[in-house]
Design a protein around this ligand. Structure first.
Ligand code: FAD
Ligand code: AMP
Length: 480
C-alpha cells in the first residue's frame, strides 16, 4: 500500500475521528494517527479525551450518583421505601469503564466499516504536508498527504499553587478514578468541569468545598439563570465559595492543606482530596516541526480562520486545539466541515448556534446570547420566562426547580438566546438550537403545539411569555 493519503488526521478524539470518517465517506483515502495506548501498553485507544476521560465517563458517574442520591434522599417523600441504600464504588467504576470500552471499541469498528486506516503512534507535522509517526517502540515512519487535519485536543491546566501529584491533588481525570469517597473534597475552579465532578462526589457523600477566584458565578451563563442555579446548588450542599483564590496546596500526613484568599483575608482548609479544574490548554506538544509553517496565537491555540484553515495550504485544525468553546460537538462539527471542504463542498459551522451544557442537577443549558451580552452590545430585546414550578410533569418527576428563558429581538421577535436550568435541560436546549438554526421567532414557538404533560411545555409557555401571553403563570405586563 502506498503511504500517500488524500487526508491524514492527527488525533482520534471527537474532532479527529469524525473528520476521518466523514473524509472516507466522501471517497478520500484517509488515515488517522492516534498515540493513546491501553494501560497494558499493547493496543491503541481511540476516542480522545471525550470518550476516555471526559464527557462519557463523567456522565456515567453523574447518572449513577444522581440515582444514588435520589434513592437515598428523595424516595421517601414519594412513598418509596428503600432502606440502607449503599454505593459499591468498585462496581460503579466497572460500569463506567464498560461504557467507555464499548464506545472506544466502536470507533475502531467505524474506521474499518468506512475504510479509514488507523495508525498507532505520535504524529508530527513536517513541512510540505508530511507526517512523521513514531510508534511506541520509537520507530519513525513518514507519510505524505494532500491534506492534514490537526485534532490534538487539550490537556488540563496545572497551576503553580497546586501541582498535581496524581494521588491527593488531581486533575479531572484523577477525579474520575477515586477508589473511595473522600470525606472532605476540595475543588479549585467552579467552572463546568469542577461543578460536574464536585456534584458526583457530593452525591456520593463527600463534603465538597469549591473555591472560585471570580466573584461572579458562571459568568458565561445568563445571570438570571446563573443566580437561580447557584441557589439550587447551595441547597444541595455544594459549598461554593466565590471570590476565593487558591494560593497554595501542600500534602502533609495524607491531607491536603489549601490556603486561599478572599475579601476577608487569608484562610486555610484541609481536604482528603483536591481536584484542580481551572480550565484546559490546547495540546500541541511535539506536534509541529519548526519548519511546518503552522502558526499559533498568543494563548497557544493553532491559528485558523472561520473554516479551520491554518496559514499553510492543505493544513487544517479542529476542536479543542483551536479557538472557540472546548466542546466535543463543536469539535465534531468542525471535523465534518473540514472533511467536506477538502472534498470541494462549501459548508460552514454556525458558531452562534452551539449549545452549552452543565450536566449537574439541575442541568444548565443554553444557546445564543445572554441578557448581559445583549445589553453590552446595545441590542433591544424582550424576554419570556417560565418556571418549572408551574409545570405538571416537572412536579410529577419531583424536579420542579429552575426555568426556561427565551430572549428575542425587541422588533423582529427573532430568538437570540435560549436558556434552561432544570430537569433535562440538555435535551430541552435542542429545541432552542433548532429554532435558532431555522431563524424562528418566539411567536413561531408560541404557535406550536406541545404535548401535555411534558417538560417542553415550559418552552411553549416561555415563548408565549415573551409577548406576555403565558397561560399558566402570571405575566409581568398586560398583553398589548
Ligand atoms: P481530544 O478529545 O482531546 O482528542 C485529541 C486526541 O489526539 C487524543 O486522543 C490524543 O491522544 C491525540 N493526540 C494528541 N496529539 C497527538 C499526536 N501528536 N499524535 C497522535 N495523537 C495525538 N465536552 C462536551 O461537549 N460535553 C461534555 O459533557 C464534556 N464533558 C467533559 C468532561 C470532562 C471531565 C472533560 C475533561 C472534558 C469534557 N468535555 C465535554 C470536553 C471534550 O472532552 C472536548 O471538548 C473534546 O474531547 C475535544 O475533542 P478533540 O477531538 O478536539 O480533542
Ligand atoms: P473553566 O474555565 O470553565 O474550566 O473554569 C475554571 C475556573 O477556575 C474559572 O472560573 C477560574 O476563575 C477558576 N480559577 C482559576 N484559577 C483559580 C484559583 N487559583 N483559585 C480559584 N479558582 C481559580
Amino acid at each position: 500500500m502506498s503511504d500517500k493519503y488524500d487526508v491524514i488526521v492527527i488525533g482520534a478524539g471527537p474532532g479527529g475521528y469524525v473528520a476521518a470518517i466523514k473524509a472516507a465517506q466522501l471517497g478520500l483515502k484517509t488515515a488517522c494517527v492516534e498515540s493513546w495506548t491501553s494501560e497494558d501498553g499493547k493496543s491503541q485507544v481511540l476516542g480522545g479525551t471525550c470518550l476516555n476521560v471526559g464527557c462519557i465517563p463523567s456522565k456515567a458517574l453523574l447518572e449513577i450518583s444522581h440515582k444514588f442520591e435520589e434513592a437515598s434522599h428523595d424516595f421517601d417523600m414519594q412513598g418509596i421505601i428503600a432502606k440502607d441504600v449503599k454505593i459499591d464504588l468498585g462496581k460503579m467504576m466497572e460500569r463506567k469503564m464498560g461504557i467507555v470500552k464499548q464506545l472506544t471499541g466502536g470507533i475502531g469498528g467505524l474506521f474499518k466499516a468506512n475504510g479509514v486506516t488507523s495508525i498507532h503512534g505520535h504524529g508530527k507535522l513536517l513541512a510540505n504536508r508530511k507526517v512523521e509517526v513514531t510508534d511506541k517502540d520509537g520507530k519513525a515512519t513518514t507519510y505524505e498527504a494532500d491534506n492534514v487535519i490537526l485534532a490534538s485536543g487539550s490537556k488540563p491546566i496545572q497551576i503553580p499553587p497546586a501541582p498535581f501529584d496524581g494521588e491527593y491533588i488531581v486533575d479531572s481525570e484523577g477525579a474520575l478514578e477515586f477508589d473511595e469517597v473522600p470525606k472532605r473534597l476540595g475543588v479549585i475552579g467552579a467552572g463546568v468541569i469542577g461543578l460536574e465532578l464536585g456534584s458526583v462526589w457530593a452525591r456520593l457523600g463527600s463534603e465538597v468545598t469549591m473555591l472560585e477566584a471570580l466573584d461572579t458565578f458562571l459568568p458565561a451563563v445568563d445571570q438570571q439563570v446563573a443566580k437561580d442555579t447557584l441557589k439550587q446548588f447551595q441547597k444541595k450542599g455544594l459549598n461554593i465559595h466565590l471570590g476565593a483564590r487558591a494560593t497554595s496546596a501542600e500534602v502533609k500526613r495524607k491531607l491536603v492543606n489549601v490556603t486561599y484568599e478572599d475579601a476577608k483575608g487569608k484562610h486555610e482548609q484541609k481536604f482528603d482530596k483536591l481536584i484542580v479544574c481551572v480550565g484546559r490548554r490546547p495540546y500541541t506538544d511535539n506536534l509541529l516541526a519548526e519548519d511546518s509553517g503552522v502558526q499559533m496565537d498568543e494563548r497557544g491555540f493553532i491559528y485558523v480562520d472561520d473554516t479551520c484553515k491554518t496559514e499553510v495550504p492543505g493544513v487544517w485544525a479542529v476542536g479543542d486545539v483551536v479557538r472557540g468553546p472546548m466542546l466535543a460537538h463543536k469539535a465534531s462539527e468542525e471535523g465534518v466541515m473540514v472533511a467536506e471542504r477538502i472534498a470541494g463542498h462549501k459548508p460552514q459551522v454556525n458558531y452562534d448556534c452551539i449549545p452549552n451544557v452543565i450536566y449537574t442537577f439541575p442541568e444548565v443549558a443554553w444557546v445564543g446570547k445572554t441578557e448581559e451580552e445583549l445589553k453590552s452590545e446595545g441590542e433591544a430585546y424582550k424576554t419570556g420566562v417560565f418556571p418549572f414550578a408551574a409545570n405538571g410533569r416537572a412536579m410529577a418527576a419531583n424536579s420542579a426547580a429552575g426555568m426556561v428563558k427565551i430572549i428575542a429581538d425587541e422588533k423582529t421577535d427573532r430568538i437570540l438566546g435560549f436558556h434552561v436550568v432544570g430537569p433535562q435541560a440538555s435535551e430541552i436546549v435542542a429545541q432552542g438550537v433548532i429554532a435558532m438554526e431555522f431563524g424562528s421567532s418566539a411567536e413561531d414557538l408560541a404557535l406550536t403545539c406541545f404535548a401535555h404533560p411534558t417538560l417542553s411545555e415550559s418552552v411553549h409557555e416561555a415563548a408565549l411569555a415573551v409577548d406576555n401571553g403565558a397561560i399558566h403563570v402570571a405575566n409581568r405586563r398586560k398583553k398589548k
